[in-house]
Design a protein around this ligand. Structure first.
Ligand code: GLY
Length: 668
């Protein structure tokens, strides 16, 4: 019993999903009206303060007791109008719309054809883009098509990149560079994607993809962190040099630059559905969230290498907003991690540690941003873009669908025929009951105690609906996953095999089934076979589940163990990893097994560490087994699907299974 408990606890720890604690979300949700009320009060005061400034200016920061304002051509001019649009979006109060219209108007003529640097999207899409979305005003659309055209002029066809800013001709910073491209540039691609999809120039989309592809190829280190500035040689298309720019050193990670990448690649995935962009966004997000130097509240230092120095709330606001979009596209376990992290960051931002009191902080919302520390500029001050991305993140949060109440399920499904099914947020399975052994029309004449697999890409239960047939055929992926695995009379994924004197002995279909317990995160059930009972425990947040097998009476077997069908390996050049020292077999069943492009299937069996080393065996049907002398035993089944995105290659799957098996053994 002690042993069994240890195994359960270890499995939970290995795959502990940082699930958003619904209580945190509920708390933040309850706070939203008062956060927006305070934000509106602050910005009313800021609008009052702006009356003392010329009518073509925009508030940017508050420093040394003074409100610093900027002209339309500053890269930050679009954020204040954008924040006004967000206040209008939340409050629906026409006061904010009037203010947003007035401030957006100030940008239109000065910026319509401005191509002096790459920051066109920041200035025009954050302002007029939101205005267009919320009002449908055609003037904004015309303006945005014009500014897209201006941005396209900065694209070099041979290099495939937009030039961020022009290299200085005489001395000064970046003198001697040839073609500067910065990670921030990812943020300007949303404007181009909008242009291409809304009657603009189709080249806008090609440019945006090219910029994203080359940024993906060159702007990231192997650990997933972003460089800030790259200088390219336009003749050879090679990277000439890396610069730290606003970061602390060239191999360090400037937090806001890294944040622009998370946001930019998430947005590009939304716009194009190019998987590579999603992968980049996730690896960049994982770098941020897994970085040991990230403070507990999720608000980073201005540079990840400058631990203990100023935080940069602007970088965290960008990241929080990006994570809330990324969690919509990420596979379940990652989605939960991103959502929980964003909620934690927003909760911190809304607290007195970062959210200013009325009348302080120049009436900007958030304190503690860093613009350019190496240039000793804008250090630990409020900045208008921190407010903009904070408000955007809050709006995204306010629209989030509630977390599914449960991520596991199990039950009897007589409505299909005679299945018992179980599932968690990674995969689903079923085993066949006695009716299925009967000939048609009642059954289908199938004798099988194998386990069938369902591949999922949503974190909530779907099998009951699939088996009811209320969501169309589960042999087709309608967006939640599908059954493209074949068990038939084989062992499938973890069905049990026994050996006696005469050879293989496989049980028939289960005789009885029982749900033992069910909570939102764990389901326990029992399947009664003629010669043994199997207790299954399926837990949320892990691609593994546990089976405890108890032989009954004097079963006609000497050896017993789980089997894994690898017949598809031979037909489709799949890959199998067998590791008897660590007690596992892992299989990668490549795409095309079902004759279609439906994703590759990953399966595994892992024996709990026992007294004896497992023995490998195989049968004529293409199944391999981990056998041991007949006794009660525990094993684990693992399953994944490339269609869910968490595992993509055989090696990723093998590493995951090996790690799981090793940790089970270490905890013995
Ligand atoms: N795009 C300039 C900055 O992030 O400071």
């Amino acid at each position: 019993m002690r042993h069994a408990m240890t195994v359960t606890i270890v499995a939970a720890a290995i795959f502990a999903v940082q699930a958003a604690v619904p209580a945190d979300e509920a708390k933040l949700k309850a706070q939203l009206p008062s956060i927006f009320e305070k934000a509106a009060d602050h910005y009313r005061a800021l609008l009052e303060a702006m009356k003392a400034h010329e009518p073509d200016k925009f508030p940017k920061r508050f420093q040394d007791g003074k409100l610093v304002v900027i002209p339309p051509k500053d890269w930050c001019s679009g954020f204040f109008p954008g924040s006004l649009w967000y206040l209008y979006e939340y409050t629906k109060d026409s006061f904010w719309k009037d203010q947003a219209v007035a401030y957006t108007e100030r940008l239109i003529e000065p910026l319509r054809h401005d191509a002096s640097n790459h920051d066109v999207g920041f200035r025009t899409y954050c302002s007029a883009g939101n205005g267009l979305r919320l009002t449908g005003d055609k003037r904004y659309a015309e303006f945005l098509h014009d500014t897209s055209a201006a941005l396209r002029t900065r694209f070099d066809d041979k290099l495939g990149l937009i030039r961020s800013w022009n290299s200085p001709k005489k001395g000064g910073g970046h003198f001697g560079t040839k073609y500067i491209v910065i990670i921030d540039n990812m943020m300007n691609l949303e404007l181009l994607e909008w242009d291409a999809k809304n009657g603009g120039d189709p080249k806008s989309d090609k440019i945006a993809r090219s910029q994203a592809d080359i940024t993906d190829a060159h702007h990231y280190r192997p650990n997933g962190s972003a460089y800030h500035i790259l200088d390219y040689d336009p003749d050879t298309c090679r990277v000439r040099a890396h610069y730290s720019g606003q970061g602390g050193n060239v191999e360090g990670t400037w937090a806001r630059g890294h944040a622009w990448g998370i946001y930019g690649f998430t947005m590009m995935y939304r716009e194009t559905r190019v998987k590579r962009y999603l992968e980049r966004a996730m690896s960049a997000a994982d770098y941020w969230l897994d970085e040991p130097n990230l403070p507990e509240d999720g608000i980073s230092y201005w540079d990840f290498s400058f631990v203990g120095e100023e935080r940069d709330i602007s970088a965290s606001a960008v990241t929080a907003s990006a994570l809330l979009e990324l969690q919509e596209f990420a596979p379940p376990s990652k989605a939960a991690k991103y959502r929980a992290a964003a909620v934690k960051m927003l909760t911190a931002m809304a607290s007195p540690a970062y959210f200013a009191k009325q009348g302080e902080n120049g009436d900007f919302l958030l304190m503690h941003s860093v613009g350019h520390k190496p240039g000793n500029s804008e250090v630990n001050v409020p900045l208008n873009y921190a407010d903009y991305y904070f408000l955007e993140a809050l709006l995204r949060f306010s629209r989030l669908a509630p977390l599914p109440e449960a991520s596991v399920d199990c039950g009897y499904a007589p409505y299909r025929m005679d299945d018992f099914y179980w599932e968690n947020d990674h995969f689903g399975m079923r085993a066949y009951g006695p009716v299925i052994m009967e000939p048609a029309p009642k059954g289908q004449g199938l004798v099988s105690s194998g386990f069938d697999l369902f591949n999922k890409c949503v974190p909530y239960p779907v099998l009951e609906k699939w088996l009811h047939g209320t969501e169309g055929s589960y042999h087709k992926n309608h967006g939640k996953g599908m059954d493209n695995y074949k068990v038939a009379a084989g062992r499938g994924c973890g069905g049990i095999g026994a050996l006696n004197r005469d050879g293989w002995f496989h049980e028939k279909n289960w005789k009885a089934q029982r749900v033992i317990s069910k909570t939102a995160t764990e389901a326990v059930f029992e399947l009664e076979y003629e010669t043994y009972t199997v207790r299954g425990t399926v837990t949320a947040g892990t691609p593994f589940m546990r089976f405890d097998v108890t032989p009954k009476g004097e079963p006609p077997a000497r050896m017993i163990g789980p089997g894994l069908d690898i017949s598809a390996k031979r037909q489709h050049d799949g890959l199998v990893k067998i590791d008897l020292d660590n007690g596992f077999i892992a299989n990668y069943e490549p795409e095309g097994v079902d004759g279609k492009e439906n994703g590759s299937i990953l399966t595994a069996i892992v024996l709990a560490p026992g007294e004896t080393r497992p023995v490998m065996a195989s049968d004529a049907e293409g199944c391999i087994y981990l056998m041991q002398p007949l006794q009660s035993f525990t094993y684990w089944v693992g399953a994944g699907w490339t269609g869910a995105g968490l595992f993509r290659t055989p090696d990723e799957w093998y590493a995951c299974v090996r790690d799981f098996a090793k940790r089970l053994r270490a905890a013995k």
